[in-house]
Design a protein around this ligand. Sequence first.
Ligand code: 1HE
Length: 269
Amino acid sequence: MASPVFPDMLPPSLACSLEDGGEIAVVRLNRPDKRNALDTTLIAGIERLFAAPLPGVKAVVLAGAGPHFSAGLDLSDLAERTAPEGLAHSLAWHRAFERIQFGAVPVVAVLHGAVVGGGLELACASHIRVAERSAFYGLPEGQRGVFVGGGGAARLPRLIGVARMMDMILTGRVLDAEEGQRVGLSHYLVEPDAGLAQGLALARRIAANSALSNFAILQALPRIADVGQDPGLLMEALAAAVVQSDDEAKSRIKAFLAGTAPKVERTPS
Ligand code: 1HE
């Protein structure tokens, strides 16, 4: 493992190290004694880190230290909050997680153990999710007397549908890793302790794409999916024209036509 970076900029509850000569950043939620509960400091650290990733970083792997990915909102943060304070708190989470979803680089989340409440909201802001078989997903907000506040109401229904989210948050239903894979919470399901290796392997594939392709995929794809077909098709055509006019696209296509670029091959699921 490479040495930690950003030690001055990040709280101790967020650790970042570089792999592959600095092309891949591994970011860890690092409060295992509190099950990586997300407090204000940790959320601010996420916002800072994803607002300005290190130059040269092409993909991020996001994981949790200890037995769980994240227990969600640090409930000790919540005790006596007024409505305006609650609004500001939720907006701070929105800012941080938007930095991930619409940031500069693709993020692969590696999930294990509890992925609950705000921890699930964080996972949903990433682009690819790898779940170890220990992962379980819950929304205990109903039980705790609160509501999702980290973008879950906007992102989760797009992944699993309003009806499934309704069940999870109203009844406290917990999905295990297999169910999570079936309903689309995770893209990959792997054995215990295999998540990080799989996350890194996927991050390497992503980092090998052209930067402009990755930019269009991150920025345009979710927005096109959110608008009607007519504006969506125009947005797609514009994004396609910009991306394919890049020299990188031209040289990659020439390489394929010359027989020197890899063919499409099956990948392990
Ligand atoms: C916490 C938190 C937390 C653990 N805030 N301190 N989230 C929840 O409702 C989930 C609450 N947590 C749990 O259900 C369990 O802790 C877990 C299933 C995640 C893990 O269980 P376990 O047995 O491994 O750990 P533990 O013994 O319960 O917890 C270890 C310590 O972490 C303990 O503190 P300690 O001082 O007694 O050692 C716990 O109190 C502490 N801890 N989870 C604060 N969440 C933007 S809105 C989002 C809304 C939400 O996320 S609501 C859901 C909140």
